[in-house]
Ligand binder design. Structure first.
Ligand code: PMT
Length: 218
């Protein structure tokens, strides 16, 4: 019988990539499949939580029982998060969010010519950082996808974004990060405690993350 230890708790999860359009044909994106975030949503539902999943485009079907909000761009995700964060107990940001978007989106297809094409990208809002400023009693969990200095970079994000803890994955490791069914993570909390999770299914890692989040509920 599943442990219903999150009954009565509201959990907001972001998942998947964002897409930043250049024109009606093209967009900038990343390799996130949504598997990590959807596993978290599924695990939280199983434990009795009331789950809102804000997701970029994926090929996954939404877990039964979640409230799914589909978005494309980082600005869409920002708006959806801001509309829904207020009464949440736990917020987990596993989405791979584009830090930049094209300055202009052409309404017509960009034509090629002989020379190079230079794109100007402008900064997107940092959704997690903004949530950190509005934190109050909510448990706030970030992810860090790193290719070098994993622990150090992840620790920096805990402070900068006012998180309770961060889930750091080294995307250069086999069986970790984007697209795989497994992940290898270090869960690092604001008190400096580090829990290393060896290669496990994203579902198993999701449960470990929820176990940790539960400890920070006020
Ligand atoms: O979807 P999968 O294929 O299963 O892959 C899982 C994953 C690799 C995408 C996931 O495990 C992961 O690491 N997600 C975070 C990826 C990421 O964008 O990391 P980051 O270090 O760039 O961002 C740090 C944190 O800030 C993240 O929680 C991110 O959601 C958040 N962020 C980043 C930029 C931004 N503008 N707004 C944000 O909120």
């Amino acid at each position: 019988k599943p442990n219903r230890d999150l009954e009565g708790k509201k959990v907001l999860i972001t998942a998947g990539p964002t897409r930043e359009s250049l024109d009606p044909v093209r967009f900038i994106t990343n390799h996130s499949s949504g598997k990590m975030g959807y596993s978290l949503a599924e695990a939280a539902v199983e434990r009795g939580a009331d789950v809102t999943l804000i997701s970029g485009p994926t090929n996954l079907s939404p877990p039964m029982g979640v409230r799914l909000i589909k978005i494309n761009t980082t600005l869409d995700m920002y708006n959806a998060v801001m509309k829904n964060y207020i009464d949440q107990h736990i917020i987990i940001k596993s989405a791979a969010v584009a830090d930049y978007r094209p300055e202009t989106v052409s309404t017509t297809k960009i034509k090629k010519n002989e020379g190079n094409l230079t794109l100007t990208l402008v900064r997107n809002p940092d959704i997690l950082k903004e949530l950190g400023c509005l934190k109050e009693d909510r448990v706030l969990v970030g992810f860090a996808a790193e290719s070098d200095n994993v622990i150090e970079n992840a620790k920096g994000k805990i402070n900068r974004k006012n998180l309770d803890f961060i889930v750091a994955n080294d995307i250069t490791e086999e069986g970790a990060g984007f697209g795989t069914d497994t992940n290898i993570v270090n869960i690092i909390d604001k008190n400096g405690e580090i829990e290393k999770v060896e290669k496990s299914s994203k579902r198993e890692i999701a449960h470990r993350i929820l176990d940790k989040a539960k400890k920070f509920i006020k």
